[in-house]
Each structure stands twice: as C-alpha cells, then as structure tokens.
Design a protein around this ligand. Structure first.
Ligand code: NAD
Length: 497
C-alpha cells in the first residue's frame, strides 16, 4: 500500500508553504507577524511555516471564543450539537488519509499507525455526539419546610483553553474538541510547536463541517509565548492539558489567578509485569511495542519491564530479538514500523539516558544507537533498545525517557512486583501478563495507575475513562466522566406554594 500524494487535495502543507491559524472563523497571522518553521523529523526538511503567537493573539482567540459562547452557539440545542459532531466525523473520515499523512510528516509516526487510528478518533467524535443529547441534571427531593422544588442543571463550563503535545496531534485535538462541543463549550486549542500542522488541518475541516465562527480556534506558538498566556488568561474558564508533568505543574500554578478549572494528562513511567506463567509468545511483542510504538514517545509506554526471575533472561533476549527485527525508516514508507524521534533535541535527550544507563551499570542488550549513516542520517533516528541488569534507583528506571528504550528488571514475588511497580511518582498505565486469573485480579486491584491492561496493552476506547493517578495528573478522558470535566452543576430552588 502506498499513499498517492498527488491524489490528496494537499491542504496539508508538506511543501514548505505558510499556514495561517484560525481565530473567530478567520485565517490570520500572528499580530506580531512572526512565524516559525516546522520540520519533518524523518528528513530534517522544513515542511511549513506557521504563526508565532503571543499573548495578543491569545487575547483575540479567547475573545472570539467568549463571543461565540455567549452568542448563537449558546442557543444550539443538544441535538444540533450532536448533528454537528457527526458531520465533523464524516468530514474527517473523508479526509482521513490527509490527516494521517499530516501527522506522519509533522511528527514521524508511521503511516500505517496514523491510518489505523481512524476508527479510534472518529469513534471519539461519534461517541461524544451520542453523549451530547444525554447531558442532564437531576430532580432531587429536599427536606426544607414548605413547598420548594430543587433540581440540578448541567451547564457548559465556558471557554476552554486546550494545550496539547506533539506525539499524537489528531487524537489529542479531538479528545479536547469533542467533549467541548458536546457540552456547548467553546475552545482555544494551542498545539505543540513541534507538530502544529494537523490541528490546523482539523480547524480547516471544522469550517468545512459548518462549525460556527469562534467555537473552535486554533492558535500556534510556543509554550512560553502562547501556552502560558492561555493557561493564565482571566477569561478562560477551564484548561485541559496533555503534556509533561513539569508543564502541568506550571499550568496549575498559572490557573490560580482566576481559579479556572484544570484537568491534566501528564507523563508516566509505567510498569509492565510479566509472570512466569505468562504466554510468552503473546507477551513479547505486546510488551516490546508497549514502548517501541511511536518510538517510545507514548505517555503510557511500559518502559519498566518487570519479569519474574525464572523467565527473565529468556524474556529479555526475546524482546531484544524482536526489537532488532523492527524496520526503521521514514514514517511515510508503509513498510516502516519505527519512525524517527520528534527532534534532534529529543534524540540528544534520549542518548543522554543511554549514556547514564551504561554509566550506572546497566547492560544495553540491543539498540539505543543513533543512525548516523545512509539515507536516514538526516532524520532523528534511533534503534529500539533494551537495558538489562537495571536496578530501581537508576535514572533509566525512574525518569520518563520518551524514547524507544526499555529498562528490564527481574523480580521474585508478587508483593515485590506490586511494591516496585508502584514505586514511582507516576501512575498512568500498567501492564500484566499472566495466565492466572487470580493473580490478574490482584495486580489489577493493587497497581496504582489509571489504566491496567492484562494480557494486552494500549487498549483505549472513547467509552472507557483514561487518565492518571499521582503525578500523571487528574481528570479523565473518555467515558461519561470526561463530559463532567466540561460541565458545571447548578442547583435550582423554586418555591411553589
Ligand atoms: P510539554 O509539556 O513540553 O508540552 C506540551 C504542550 O505544553 C505544548 O503545546 C507546549 O507548547 C506547551 N507548554 C510548554 N510550556 C508551557 C507553559 N509554561 N505553559 C503552557 N503551555 C506550555 O510536553 P511534550 O514534550 O510536548 O510532550 C511529551 C509529554 O507529554 C510527555 O511527558 C508525555 O508523557 C506527555 N503526554 C501525556 C499524555 C497523557 O494522556 N497522559 C499523552 C501524550 C503525552
């Protein structure tokens, strides 16, 4: 299968063109006129320039979102919002190859994966469309004297600021826009400066679907110049953030001035626990790809691989053999299984972890080398790797690497696996491989993580809540709890006698 570029409408700026951003239904440049370049991580080539926004642009976008929130959008009935969300899903479905190619070109994820995300992302939109007509308060009896009726109403929280990372731009955008529109909020979305193109394409498709001006605004820029003023803005009612824990903390501090509501999807250092009774044939590829998918640039990467001692050596060897066979290349090539890292800076950072791992006494069984020769030398490529002989206190076992590197650790008892698995400031995901249903339940109950996967990994569905424990953040995406994040509850009292 190949993607015939000439068949696409080429709204996706893979040709170095300038793209504008969408504020209040109009395509505009930054007030300052400044721009920045975005590059293809597989080639290092510039693929587009986009506006470099600052607080002035954020002010305009928030004002547009406020006008829309208080204007005609507030009169959209739930059914009308539902129809709109379904229309957006249909438009995105028609342009899915273009969206997939845009993500692949801007952030490197293999095209097979970006294409395969289709049902998940469109499913989110259709799920939220369904939810739009299910939002309701409650009639609640009270014990006051006299005749007073009391009930609750669910109301949209208002203007939402959404700040997303670069590692899955389409899905991250829709996980913010979907619930905002379902609940009747308006949104200002600030994509990552590393991968701003697909969110701009999505803005274009929103217009095609008939989203009213100002309901969805997409503003490009850096975290410091555009993200921070959005997080601190006094007229933003809520910030939804996905990104690193350090930035999440900054956003939380910035939110204090007007007490805006915040939900945070942050980093992780997820344990994968393989018991000696596991089906090893099945466990090896799943455990390996829990990290190597998207070159390890996945928040839920199962980067601490705990293996019960009797099968430890064999399991590590088999993961290493699996890693060595993965095809590395430009994500646009349908044969590619492992694409590049997002940037030279990220490549440098991951290389630093590999040096530290070796210095602290871990053994690199395979991979972890930069590709510096041949056709891939211009991109940010690294071979997928696994460290053996890792101990819990090493930096590679404690910090989020966000690269294609597994740290493998042996363990002896279930209690020990639970204690060490939970011994991290994070709590996003956890994996378990076992054939013993009792142990599966015990581990699912005792691991302190927002998602626990048994004999599988990466399973995510719009109907099932996803999010973090501890420093992986709070709030949930997916499921009915997600909509609650975008709603206020009002108590109403009416005296009837
Ligand atoms: P990042 O925190 O550096 O940036 C994320 C976004 O925040 C970007 O848009 C950036 O411009 C913006 N930003 C940076 N500083 C800011 C500030 N002071 N104020 C406001 N906005 C600011 O993260 P990243 O490097 O883009 O992404 C990788 C991180 O995201 C990893 O830690 C990963 O685990 C996490 N992540 C979490 C999830 C999840 O669902 N939990 C999903 C994907 C990624």
């Amino acid at each position: 299968m190949t993607i015939p570029l000439q068949d696409l409408s080429l709204r996706t700026p893979i040709d170095g063109r300038h793209r504008q951003m969408l504020i209040g239904g109009e395509w505009r440049d930054a007030v300052s006129g400044r721009t920045f370049e975005t590059r293809n991580p597989a080639t290092g080539g510039v693929i587009a320039t986009v506006p470099q926004s600052d607080a002035k642009d954020i002010d305009l976008a928030v004002a547009a979102a406020r006008r829309a929130f208080e204007g005609p959008w507030s009169r959209f009935k739930p059914y009308e919002r539902q129809v709109l969300l379904l229309k957006i899903a249909d438009v995105m479905e028609r342009h899915w190859e273009e969206l997939a190619l845009s993500d692949t070109t801007d952030m490197g994820m293999p095209i097979t994966r970006t294409l395969a995300n289709r049902n998940r992302v469109l499913g989110m939109l259709r799920f939220y469309a369904g939810m739009a007509t299910s939002i309701h308060g409650q009639a609640i009896g009270n014990s006051l004297p006299g005749e007073i009726v009391s009930y609750t109403r669910k109301e949209p929280v208002g203007v939402v600021g959404a700040i997303i990372p670069w590692n899955a731009p389409t899905a991250a955008s829709i996980w913010k826009i979907g619930p905002a529109l379902a609940t009747g909020c308006t949104i200002v979305l600030k994509p990552s400066e590393e991968a701003p193109l697909t969110p701009l394409l999505i803005a274009d498709l929103m217009q095609e679907a008939g989203v009213p001006p100002g309901v969805v605004n997409v503003v490009t820029g850096t975290g410091a110049e555009a993200g921070a003023p959005l997080a601190a803005h006094m007229d933003v009612d809520k910030v939804v953030f996905t990104g690193s824990t350090a930035t999440g903390q900054a956003i939380l501090r910035a939110s204090a001035a007007n007490m805006k509501r915040v939900s945070l999807e942050l980093g992780g250092k997820s344990p994968v626990i393989v018991l000696a009774d596991a089906d090893i044939e099945r466990a090896v590829p799943v455990a390996a790809m829990s990290v190597f998918a998207n070159s390890g640039q996945v928040c839920i990467a199962g980067s601490r691989l705990f293996v019960e001692r009797p099968i430890y050596e064999e399991f590590v060897e088999r993961v290493a053999a699996f890693a060595a066979k993965l095809r590395i290349g430009d994500g646009a090539d349908p044969e590619t299984e492992i694409g590049p890292l997002i940037s030279p800076k990220q490549l440098e950072r991951v290389s630093g972890f590999i040096e530290d791992g070796a210095r602290e006494g871990a053994r690199l069984v395979t991979g972890g080398t930069r590709i510096t020769e041949g056709a891939l030398a211009a991109g940010n490529f690294m071979t997928p790797g696994i460290f053996s002989g890792v101990t819990d206190n090493m930096r590679i076992a404690r910090e989020e690497i966000f690269g294609p590197i597994i740290s493998a650790l042996p363990f002896d008892t279930l209690d020990e696996a639970v204690r060490r698995g939970n011994d991290t400031p994070y709590g996003l995901g956890a994996g378990v491989f076992t054939r013993d249903v009792g142990k599966a339940h015990q581990l699912a109950n005792r691991l302190r993580a927002g998602s626990v996967w048994v004999n599988t990994y990466h399973a995510i569905d719009p109907a099932v809540p996803f999010g973090g424990y501890k420093m992986s953040g709070y709030g949930r995406e997916g499921g009915s709890e997600h909509l609650e994040e975008f709603l206020n509850t009002k108590g109403v009292w009416i005296r009837t006698d």
